[in-house]
Design a binder for this molecule. Structure first.
Ligand SMILES: [Fe+2]
Ligand SMILES: [Fe+2]
Length: 196
């Protein structure tokens, strides 16, 4: 059941403002609120969270899974390994690449012998720049990312990333930056367990 968009929006803003203090974050939040469809966009066209508000819901689900994975791996002293600011930046913003890429369109469908127009999400990507790498690019236009944040967001698709082949940087990224692996796991858990 989809949660109320206003409630999701407020939850996202609370996590964002309580944890992210970095220069540029206000402009980034303003972009999300006023120049993008972030708070109404779906998380995907037809797979997980393909409904209005699906992207913000997914981002919060990934944040919760990511934080739980970090605590499980590093214990309650996890802040010696990663700051709460990094946790929020990485999880909340990992899928900014999906902003402004889905538009509502209609197709004809026969229901009980009658043709009716049903809405669907059409893929309309005005900035074809890849996936994780596109999120890094968008965020970097507003604020600086640490190397760990950039690597984690860049490789959050793990083996599902079309760039992930033998000889790619994926395995090196996961072994040098375990946080990137924990984000990838959180992303899959959210998509397949929380949003199936
Ligand atoms: Fe993604
Ligand atoms: Fe995601």
């Amino acid at each position: 059941m989809a949660r109320d968009i206003e409630e999701l929006k407020q939850e996202f803003i609370d996590i964002f403002q309580n944890n992210i203090k970095r220069e540029g974050k206000d402009k980034l939040l303003d972009y999300l609120l006023n120049q993008s469809d972030f708070f109404v966009a779906p998380a995907s066209g037809r797979r997980h969270n393909a409904f209005e508000g699906g992207l913000v819901a997914h981002s919060i689900n990934v944040y919760n899974r990511f934080k739980a994975n970090i605590i499980q791996e590093y214990g309650e002293d996890y802040q010696e390994v990663i700051s709460d600011e990094s946790v929020a930046i990485i999880a909340l913003l990992h899928d900014l690449c999906k902003v402004n890429t889905y538009t509502v369109d209609y197709r004809n469908q026969k229901v009980d012998g009658q043709w009716i127009q049903v809405p669907y999400y059409a893929y309309n990507n005005s900035l074809p720049y890849g996936h994780g790498e596109k999120s890094v690019y968008i965020i970097s236009g507003f604020m600086r990312l640490t190397r760990e944040e950039a690597v984690a967001i860049n490789w959050h698709m793990g083996g599902f990333d079309p760039r992930a082949q033998i000889g790619s940087d994926l395995s090196e990224a996961f072994s040098r930056f375990p946080i990137a692996l924990l984000l990838h796991v959180a992303d899959i858990e959210a998509s397949y367990l929380d949003e199936k």
